[in-house]
Design a protein. Structure first.
Length: 470
């Protein structure tokens, strides 16, 4: 059922009204969202005033605010997931709930900040991680609230406040998450407006944020356009851009597990995560068996004629260029098949087909559960094809193999911020793998999986000829 803008705003208002949350006391009955302003100037000024309060706070106090954000994220995970799907039309409610749980539980806080010390005859010198001040952060439509919450935790842990530029197609649910962050601070006795935004985000609003003298760091999570824009701003900027993660399967892989992992990773939240498997490269000797197991794991094997229809449906011409049809992004396999006149049951989670690397469904980053399989003669050809399909994004790549030499060769050649071996792609986010979670992976600017430490400036603090007690 389609839902219009007015209905979404009504849902957000009702959710807020009903949130009395006696266990936390955070959600007062009000229709005014905390941290949401009419103009960019107001949003920046409010975040600047809040940062003056956050910076001198004991770390323990910042941690209290963060633990409230974690608690309230868990309490609201279902609302955020449902509203996110309703507003954007993309993704899967169950998986979005898991993503919010992951953000709440595995995003690092103040423990991520460390100090380096040199102590000797000439005294004690420390290098500390200090805040930038007010950060401008752009968020995508694909993980809207997950990114707002994840960025808020890391940026506030480091002593910053943040002005968000949420995606216009996800503004209501993003603003609701910003409200939750501020209420979590107020509940702990902290300031309001530690995260702010403008009620109606536009390109003009983003432009003001990017050029404003009171914004000292820009962090963009989104496609190539916005990352290039912030990197050209003249300010210090971090770019978490697009990927097109290839998954390579060689002849030594455990094929049934590989197929199940690939389908689980590819279909998570209808393939919206930038790290998710976007195409498979399979060595010829095992390709047929791998495809069989992918079918068994819930895939529809599309014919050549159906693939041609998918291409016509999934892409549209805009300004003479092939672009994604936004009505297909983040939709389930069943919905996508329905669009080309193929009816399947709920057990179908993915659409697979065999194709050339130049097939647009393989070549382009789709963000939908369509997985092309490219057949190669051996692992070396597979590595070369994977490098080509990753397009130099240096974002994410995955492999299923039990040959350590092949895994090492691929890891070196593909040179990505994320390289998952023998698991679904989401293991990279600490979901079924070790390590912390993030929804901002700065592939373009090299920070990789970001956390509080990346939102700091290095400061050297020197005491000469004293405080060395060796
Ligand atoms: P998008 O690029 O359409 O939008 C991202 C944000 O940038 C939005 O807030 C949008 O309003 C803004 N924006 C876009 N162009 C802009 C411009 N020229 N100036 C100012 N603002 C601009 O992306 P999307 O469709 O929401 O998200 C999907 C894309 O983001 C995919 O390419 C995906 O790989 C990438 N992504 C990357 C990461 C990562 O961590 N590397 C995480 C999530 C998404």
């Amino acid at each position: 059922m389609a839902i219009n803008e007015q209905q979404i705003q009504e849902i957000v208002r009702n959710v807020l009204k009903e949130m009395t949350a006696p266990e936390t006391g955070v959600h007062k009955k009000t229709s005014k969202l905390h941290g949401i302003f009419e103009t960019a100037e107001e949003a920046i000024a409010a975040a600047k005033a809040a940062q003056k309060e956050i910076q001198p706070m004991p770390l323990e106090f910042r941690e209290k605010i963060i633990s409230n954000i974690r608690k309230n994220t868990l309490a609201m995970a279902k609302e955020f997931a449902e509203l996110g799907v309703q507003e954007t039309g993309m993704g899967n409610v169950g998986h979005k709930i898991l993503k919010h749980q992951l953000v709440a539980e595995k995003t690092p806080g103040t423990e991520d900040l460390s100090t380096i010390a040199w102590s000797g005859d000439r005294g004690l010198t420390l290098t500390e991680m200090g805040p930038w001040g007010v950060i401008g952060a752009v968020c995508p439509s694909t993980n809207p609230t997950e990114t707002v919450i994840c960025n808020s935790i890391g940026m506030i842990a480091a002593g910053n406040t943040v002005v968000f530029a949420p995606h216009p197609a996800a503004k209501n649910v993003s603003n609701l998450a910003i409200d939750m962050v501020n209420r979590s601070s107020i509940e702990a006795g902290g300031p309001d407006n530690i995260a702010t935004a403008v009620e109606v985000p536009t390109m003009e609003v983003s432009k003001t944020i990017f050029g404003h003298k009171d914004i000292s760091l820009l962090v963009a999570t989104g496609g190539p356009g916005v990352v290039t824009t912030v990197l050209s701003s003249g300010k210090r900027a971090m770019g978490a851009g697009a990927g097109n993660p290839p998954v390579l399967v060689d002849e030594t892989a455990r094929l049934q597990k590989a197929a199940e992992d690939i389908i689980n990773g590819c279909t998570f939240d209808n393939n919206l995560p930038c790290i998710a498997e976007k195409e498979v490269i399979a060595v010829d000797t095992i390709a047929d068996e791998l495809i069989y197991h992918m079918e068994q794991a819930g895939s529809y094997h599309a014919s050549k004629e159906e693939v041609d229809r998918l291409i016509k449906t999934v892409f549209v011409e805009k300004d003479g260029k092939r672009t994604l049809n936004r009505k297909c992004v983040g939709r389930s396999a069943k919905v996508l098949l329905d669009m080309i006149g193929v009816s399947v049951g709920d057990e179908i989670r993915c659409i697979i087909f065999e194709g050339e690397k130049t097939n647009p469904l393989i070549w382009e980053e789709l963000m939908m559960p369509i997985l092309g399989v490219v057949r190669v003669k051996d692992v070396d050809e597979g590595i070369a094809v994977a490098v080509e399909l990753e397009h130099g994004n240096r974002h994410s790549a995955h492999m299923h193999s039990t040959n350590i030499n092949n895994l090492t060769k691929y890891g070196k050649a593909i040179d990505t911020a994320i390289f998952v071996k023998n698991a679904p792609s989401y293991a990279a986010l600490g979901f079924g793998g070790e390590g912390y979670a993030t929804f901002t992976i700065c592939s373009r600017t090299g920070e990789g999986l970001t956390s509080a430490k990346n939102f700091t400036k290095s400061r050297r603090c020197v005491m000469a000829d004293a405080l060395c007690i060796r």
